[in-house]
Design a protein around this ligand. Structure first.
Ligand SMILES: Nc1ncnc2c1ncn2[C@@H]1O[C@H](COP(=O)(O)OP(=O)(O)O)[C@@H](O)[C@H]1O
Ligand SMILES: [Mg+2]
Length: 227
């Protein structure tokens, strides 16, 4: 097994069979020792955070795969905090695709002159570049095409998949009376087939979830969802 990437919260290994192994670490993003899923730096270590994130990721990927959405998921080993996935190549240097049901977070920060906090949004999709040094800037479809990151046709495929996957996660959360405000995904091209796949993870750190109008932090979300 060869370490090919050291991420903020996971390490990526290449396995002999051509697949990748994602190792979920207990490192979480944040600033000054405070857990913040949106932060671009590792802020602290929480015992069991890796395994908790993997459990929720496993749950969502199994539901999503069941519904016929192409994903990188193969299997997971909770004890070892590892997930076996199909090897993929990200678009450009990596993108995050966000689906918004309510105007909060960076959307509210940017467009606060036009939306009120928590205003309902109709599964609005937007793309940001994974670029920690530039605070993950939002990017338009024209810029994605011009910079050779995605074609317009690929953008449409990803947008459609994003809406479908977000709706599945939203429905799962609703079973526990939890409301999904927004969620971010990553996509890549399957190294073998070239197919566009949902990759990475889907855990508490990838979404904003609320119960009775109160924000549910990632570790609590994992406990509520898998109880
Ligand atoms: N199936 C896959 N193939 C290739 N790369 C992947 C796959 N799934 C996830 N990744 C990448 O692996 C990395 C996971 O580690 P993470 O700690 O989340 O990194 P980051 O700090 O870049 O967010 C991410 O960069 C993600 O894009
Ligand atoms: Mg990540």
């Amino acid at each position: 097994m060869k370490l090919i990437y050291t991420g903020k919260t996971k390490n990526v290994y290449a396995v002999e069979d051509g697949n990748y192994l994602l190792k979920f670490k207990d490192d979480v993003t944040g600033e000054n020792g405070v857990f913040d899923p949106g932060a671009n730096t590792v802020g602290l270590t929480i015992e069991g955070a890796g395994r908790a994130g993997l459990k929720l990721t496993k749950h969502f990927f199994e539901v999503i795969k069941e519904k016929g959405i192409p994903t990188h998921y193969i299997d997971a080993n909770i004890e070892e905090a590892t997930m076996k996935v199909k090897a993929a190549t990200v678009f450009g240097k990596g993108l995050e695709v966000i689906c918004r049901y309510r105007g909060v977070g960076s959307f509210l920060k940017r467009y606060g002159g036009y939306v009120t906090e928590g205003q309902p949004l109709d599964a609005f999709v937007e793309v940001t570049l994974k670029d920690d040094g530039r605070q993950d800037p939002p990017i338009t479809v024209d810029a994605l095409e011009m910079l050779g990151i995605l074609s317009k046709a690929e953008y449409e495929i990803i947008k459609d998949l994003t809406r479908k996957i977000a709706a599945i996660v939203k429905e799962e959360l609703e079973k526990k009376s939890i409301e999904l405000y927004d969620i971010k995904f990553e996509f890549g091209r399957d190294n073998c087939s070239g197919e566009v796949l949902l990759i990475d993870e889907i855990s508490g750190g990838n979404m904003r979830a609320y119960k009775d109008g109160k924000y549910i932090e990632p570790l609590l979300l994992e406990r509520l969802m898998l109880a």
